[in-house]
Write a protein that binds this ligand. Structure first.
Ligand code: NDP
Length: 315
């Protein structure tokens, strides 16, 4: 273990993590950022971001993350393409285990670990993981061009992903478990106006079907009538929400029942002084790139204040 503690360790590389890094670096705190297993976070799985202020024509999600990383590095952030696998926040300086073996000490920690896609939890979904089952239409949709696919979900993600896939695929079956969608009106309208999207209302996935070549179909069941139906598809996309990536902090940081980290209102402060939570890991309501970036900024400013107070104590 390196005996010298880094001043600010940032865990996560979405808009929250990189914004925290930009602010901490510009404050001279030489932050070290651990990207985690999905560098760039969820925005790398999105296509055009049209609602981030300052881009009147929109910006491509992966490009935005490359730009944020460059901006963080320009001011002196060290970036490690590594995963923080365990934390000890009960001793000080805080201890982080990186890639299962390396231990580092940190005077402050900014948690920006984001959230991950949810799966239905049926066995066949696992059987065909990466063989036709995907939770990211923008990442994998290209493989299904000219084919028929299904999307599960009824929120903005499901609406966005089905519309995206409708441009590549011959037909998109949207499997909606209720008789209405949760997605915003404008996005629902886009779905309804797309001729090659067929919505299956009140429908749940019974089984993903396939063979050695991968997914060949899906059996859905109408939860009102009990009627079962098989759809012939090659791609099965999940768009049913996300789970915060906060397991390694369980028992140390206060969380709500879904695992979102609790922060003191109006700050990024967690229940442990010197540990800050930002972005989707602490936000189950807004979950936008811009709010994640905003809280990333708050986390860095709160860390700076914390470190200054510590230094004043010592002096
Ligand atoms: P949401 O939590 O909003 O929606 C999840 C959807 O999945 C719901 O419709 C839910 O159904 C359905 N669902 C959940 N579990 C199951 C299950 N087991 N079987 C079948 N269906 C299921 O998640 P999203 O990812 O869509 O959106 C998250 C946030 O991100 C939202 O705030 C959204 O507005 C935002 N977003 C914005 C975008 C944009 O502006 N461009 C694009 C994408 C997301 P039910 O309705 O019945 O509960």
């Amino acid at each position: 273990m390196s005996s010298e503690a880094i001043k600010v360790a940032i865990i996560g590389s979405g808009p929250a993590g990189y914004t925290a890094a930009i602010y901490a670096a510009r404050a001279g705190l030489t932050p070290v950022l651990y990207t985690g297993g999905e560098p760039g976070g969820q925005l790398t799985t999105t296509n055009d971001v049209e609602n981030f202020p300052g881009y009147p024509e929109g910006i491509n999600g992966p490009q935005m993350m490359v730009d944020l990383q460059k901006q963080a590095e320009r001011f002196g952030t060290t970036i490690h393409y590594k995963v923080v696998t365990a934390v000890d926040l009960k001793s000080y300086p805080f201890k982080l285990t990186v890639d299962g073996t390396e231990e580092i000490l940190a005077e402050s920690v900014i948690v920006a670990t984001g959230a991950s896609a949810k799966y239905l939890g049926i066995p066949s979904e696992k059987t065909y993981a990466n063989k036709g089952v995907s939770a990211c239409a923008v990442c994998d949709g290209y493989f299904y061009r000219g084919k028929e696919v299904a999307v599960v979900g009824a929120g903005d993600s499901a609406a966005e992903e089905s519309t995206y896939l409708s441009k590549l695929c011959t037909k998109v079956h949207l499997i909606v478990r209720r008789d209405e969608m949760r997605a915003s009106k404008i996005m629902q309208q886009r779905v309804l106006n797309t001729p090659n999207i067929e919505i299956h209302w009140n429908s749940e996935t019974d089984e993903v079907l396939g063979d050695d070549s991968g997914v060949t179909g899906v059996r859905i069941v109408n939860n009102k009538t009990g009627e079962k139906k098989e759809l012939s598809i090659q791609g099965f996309f999940l768009a049913i929400g996300h789970k915060p990536n906060t397991d390694i902090f369980k028992g140390q940081l206060d969380m709500d029942e879904s695992g979102y980290i609790k922060v003191k209102p109006g700050t990024a402060n967690t229940n442990i002084e010197g540990v800050f939570a930002v972005g989707d890991a602490a936000d189950k309501i807004y979950r936008q790139a811009i709010t994640a970036a905003g809280t990333g900024c708050m986390g860095a400013l709160d860390a700076e204040k914390f470190l200054a107070a510590k230094e004043a104590e010592v002096a």
